[in-house]
Design a protein around this ligand. Structure first.
Ligand SMILES: NC(=O)c1ccc[n+]([C@@H]2O[C@H](COP(=O)([O-])OP(=O)(O)OC[C@H]3O[C@@H](n4cnc5c(N)ncnc54)[C@H](OP(=O)(O)O)[C@@H]3O)[C@@H](O)[C@H]2O)c1
Length: 353
């Protein structure tokens, strides 16, 4: 039986995504499983990889993109004790998600509970886990404290606002004016970053804070010189978490400028006593999974429980077949999606209940 996946044979714009057909269904090796992919998340990080600018993946070419997937384990290779065949699992695969089948190492797969929507479930491994770990693993934020979310209308941004509401935090989010509704639906205050100086707006919004104006934590994936502005939004004792280099990814800043942004995070982290306790750090989901695999599993399980209980509400803005990948990437690159488009590799008629 033939099967489909999306292939990238050279780095570039959305046009490099092509639908490919394979004639043989692959078999898992030792320690691996074959997953029938039910949903694949799409997002800016896939676009970053497609452009060939993502630091942690440069090929080899050709490859199948897709940072995260949810699917059913169809076949387990030798030595695999868990997950069992028939189990629905989620994976932060970095590449390989835009496919009807994926061969994946069993060790990082996390069970997905029954009764959740597959498209919402695939928002968990990248966007929600990033948001959850940044909110819970570095600083104890207490209900009533205020966070600043840069890029609040995106996949990670909306996940962060959703979780902030769940944890009782106040949130301020920067986005384009057209995306105010995507931010305000979570009870957050939206600021149009294109309309003026968001630093002044944040300080004005927080001027009555006891102990000094500013936010208790800020989250920024724009990177480079933008980190300066987010750091300037912190209250005394506040924490900035940098987690992306979006302006470098789209070619608006050099790799050197992005590197200097990272260096500044390190400096602020090391010399926080010079900045009234304000500090900064870098977060990477893949680095943290390697260094703290037990946190990865525990946090994924906690998020799936929140999803099952209806405590969180991922924003799925589209459900598309694999053939739409090129168009989906064009929409990601244009910005303003207000959530995540999910690829559903199988037509409903080919899914056995
Ligand atoms: N370090 C990690 O572990 C990690 C994990 C996940 C993601 N990331 C990174 O996080 C970033 C966001 O990912 P995503 O999937 O959420 O992307 P996304 O859904 O495309 O969202 C990006 C958002 O950025 C906003 N934006 C663009 N330029 C901006 C600016 N100058 N100021 C404020 N907002 C701006 C856009 O808002 P408007 O459309 O409203 O303009 C858009 O909603 C990416 O750089 C990704 O690589 C890092």
């Amino acid at each position: 039986m033939s099967w489909q996946h999306v292939r990238i044979s050279r780095f570039g714009g959305p046009e490099v995504l092509e639908l490919a057909e394979e004639s043989t269904i692959p078999n898992p090796g030792p320690g691996e499983v074959r997953i029938k992919v039910l949903a694949a998340g799409t997002g800016f990080t896939d676009s970053f990889i497609r452009r060939g600018r993502y630091p942690d993946f440069k090929g080899p070419l050709p490859f199948t993109p897709g940072y995260e997937l949810v699917g059913v384990v169809e076949k387990a290779g030798s030595g695999v004790v868990a997950p069992r065949e028939g189990q629905i699992v989620a994976d932060l695969c970095v590449v390989g998600g835009y496919a009807q089948y994926a061969i994946r190492p069993a060790r990082f797969l996390v069970p997905v509970p029954d009764g959740v929507d597959m498209a919402e479930a695939v928002c968990i491994p990248l966007a929600y886990l990033t948001a959850f770990q940044m909110l819970t693993r570095y600083r104890r934020l207490i209900p009533g404290e205020t966070i600043l979310v840069i890029g609040a209308s995106g996949s990670v941004g909306t996940a962060m606002l959703d979780l902030a509401r769940h944890f009782g935090l106040k949130a301020i989010g920067t986005c384009s004016a057209t995306n105010f509704a995507a931010v305000e639906r979570f009870g957050a205050t939206a600021i149009d970053y294109r309309a003026g100086d968001f630093v002044a707006s944040v300080r004005k919004l927080t001027e009555s804070r006891l102990g000094g104006a500013g936010v208790d934590a800020a989250f920024d994936a724009i990177g480079g010189s933008h980190f300066d502005r987010s750091f300037a939004c912190l209250a005394p004792g506040g924490t900035l978490i940098g987690y992306g280099s979006q302006t470098m990814a789209i070619g608006h800043e050099s790799i050197i400028a992005a590197g200097l942004g990272l260096a500044r995070l390190k400096l602020w982290g090391a010399l926080s006593f010079l900045f009234r306790g304000r500090r900064a750090l870098w977060y990477s989901i893949t680095d943290r999974r390697l260094s703290h695999p037990e946190d990865f599993r525990a946090d994924m399980a906690a998020l799936f429980e929140l999803l099952r209980n209806g405590a969180i509400h991922p924003v799925v803005t589209g459900r598309e077949p694999l053939a739409a990948a090129k168009n989906v990437h064009a929409r990601i690159d244009a910005g303003g999606l207000g959530g995540k488009i999910v690829l559903l590799p199988w037509p409903a008629s080919q899914l056995v209940a």
